[in-house]
Design a protein around this ligand. Structure first.
Ligand SMILES: Cc1cc2nc3c(=O)[nH]c(=O)nc-3n(C[C@H](O)[C@H](O)[C@H](O)COP(=O)(O)OP(=O)(O)OC[C@H]3O[C@@H](n4cnc5c(N)ncnc54)[C@H](O)[C@@H]3O)c2cc1C
Ligand code: SF4
Length: 325
């Protein structure tokens, strides 16, 4: 690991000043330290933000508000989460391991980097780690890679389960930086790889995620997160689907869906949502949504199975959401 300076931020102003001057925030450290050990990441200056007052979980009239420093386990166990949006607890509990969830923060979870094996192999070409070097996955081992949102320069999937659930639920982020405060949809945090896969998110240099705001309301009662993975714990999604339904008189009023493990960003399934809106609750509507989910999917040499798996996972997640409540 290369040497680095370490600073503990006294308050938010101190953190933002350090962030604007090139300091790199560290929260739980569960992924940044790993990447530094492997020398995939080489920050020269770490800014510990754990002392900042950003750990609250609270409800307002319109939102469940989650501080960026709240730990995954805390959010999953909080009564406000259980009451206002239990699907978030499900998505959090399906991620990582109990030890990691105790340490890992919500902000860090949303900012985690891809799990493509070549990204961590310093001698492999990887446009994300070394722009312009190529992509070893496109003609390499790519069973775990994306079928949606890929480019000729990168095909890695976005890894966060939480982000998938938040994108489905139209959650927003409040961030602060040198230019002040702004709020925007979680979906807009993530950039498609295009020809600049090393640019992964839309935060300005030094911007700090302060809190996540999850709308309360119609989608809480019938919402589930279904994750398919190679083993039942301590494993990223092969395919996952967050499905939330607003059901009135056995009719699907509106639907919100997003998928993980298949896209280069958390993938909102808008065509599936359109296929469900106004339909009677039942397997016919779910099948149409499953078919719509795979529209535009472009498998690589090793991951053709993800098309059918996404279709089926969408149907199953909708069946589960339809029964919940
Ligand atoms: C073995 C293993 C298995 C895992 N499995 C899963 C899984 O199945 N599903 C899943 O979703 N995740 C999984 N994870 C990822 C895990 O959830 C993340 O490591 C964790 O959430 C990161 O949080 P952290 O606080 O430790 O982040 P850190 O390591 O401290 O930081 C990560 C990044 O976020 C930035 N950052 C942190 N906080 C902020 C903030 N407030 N504002 C702006 N930038 C910030 C840091 O600068 C850094 O770039 C796994 C991790 C490991 C190691
Ligand atoms: S898929 Fe992306 S992260 Fe993986 S080797 Fe290619 S460029 Fe790198």
């Amino acid at each position: 690991m290369q040497p680095f300076a370490f600073q503990t931020a006294r308050d938010e102003r101190d953190a933002l000043a350090a962030g604007a001057a090139g300091g790199r925030y560290i929260a739980g450290g569960t992924t940044l330290i790993d990447l530094m050990r492997e020398e995939v990441e080489r920050p020269e200056w770490l800014v510990d933000i754990n002392g900042l007052p950003m750990r609250d979980i609270r409800a307002t009239a319109d939102h469940l508000i989650i501080g960026a420093l709240a730990r995954m386990a805390e959010v999953a166990a909080d009564p406000a989460t259980a009451q206002l949006q239990p699907m978030l607890a499900e998505a959090l509990n399906e991620g990582a391991s109990p030890q990691l969830r105790n340490m890992a923060s919500i902000g860090g979870n949303l900012m985690q980097r891809v799990r493509c094996p070549y990204f961590r192999m310093l001698d492999a070409p990887c446009n994300k780690r070394a722009p312009g070097s190529g992509c070893a996955a496109i003609d390499g081992i790519n069973a775990g890679h994306a079928i949606l949102g890929t480019s000729a320069h990168c095909v890695a999937t976005h890894p966060s389960d939480l982000a998938v659930a938040l994108v489905a639920l139209d959650a927003t982020l409040m961030v602060r930086g040198a230019a002040g405060e702004r709020t925007f949809p979680v979906e807009e945090l993530y950039r498609l790889p295009g020809d600049t896969p090393h640019l992964e998110h839309s935060l300005q240099p030094g911007e700090l995620i302060v809190e996540v705001r999850v709308p309360r309301g119609a989608f809480a009662e019938h919402a589930r997160y279904l994750k398919v993975r190679d083993r039942s714990s301590y494993e990223f999604a092969v395919v996952s689907v967050a499905a939330a339904l607003d059901i009135r008189d056995r009719t699907i009023w509106e639907a919100r869906l997003a998928a993980g493990g298949v896209g280069t960003v958390p993938w909102r399934l808008r065509a599936s949502e359109a296929a469900l809106a106004g339909q009677p609750l039942g397997v016919e509507a779910f099948r149409a949504a499953g078919q719509a989910a795979v529209q535009g999917g472009r498998p690589l040499s090793g991951n053709g199975f993800k098309v059918e798996m996404l279709r089926r996972t969408t149907i199953r997640a909708l069946e589960m959401a339809g029964k919940t409540g």
